[in-house]
Design a protein. Structure first.
Ligand SMILES: [Zn+2]
Length: 66
């Protein structure tokens, strides 16, 4: 353990239990929007935002998907 800062999770993640995304390095692929629960459009997914409601999930809310 070093420091008290929580590093963002790698791999499959949710945002406080909602939505679904894949995190790799500094990139984020948003698969399911945590706000509107829609499956995201691939173009928007690669940018880490929702193609439907333009929501950008906060990395503060990241939790590992179970
Ligand atoms: Zn959305």
């Amino acid at each position: 353990m070093r420091g008290t800062r929580t590093e963002p999770q790698e791999g499959r993640i949710t945002f406080k239990g909602r939505g679904l995304a894949y995190r790799h390095g500094r990139g984020l692929v948003l698969k399911v929007c945590p706000l509107c629960s829609q499956w995201n459009a691939p173009k928007a997914a690669d940018k880490g935002l929702c193609g439907w409601c333009a929501y950008v999930p906060s990395l503060k809310d990241v939790e590992p998907a179970t």
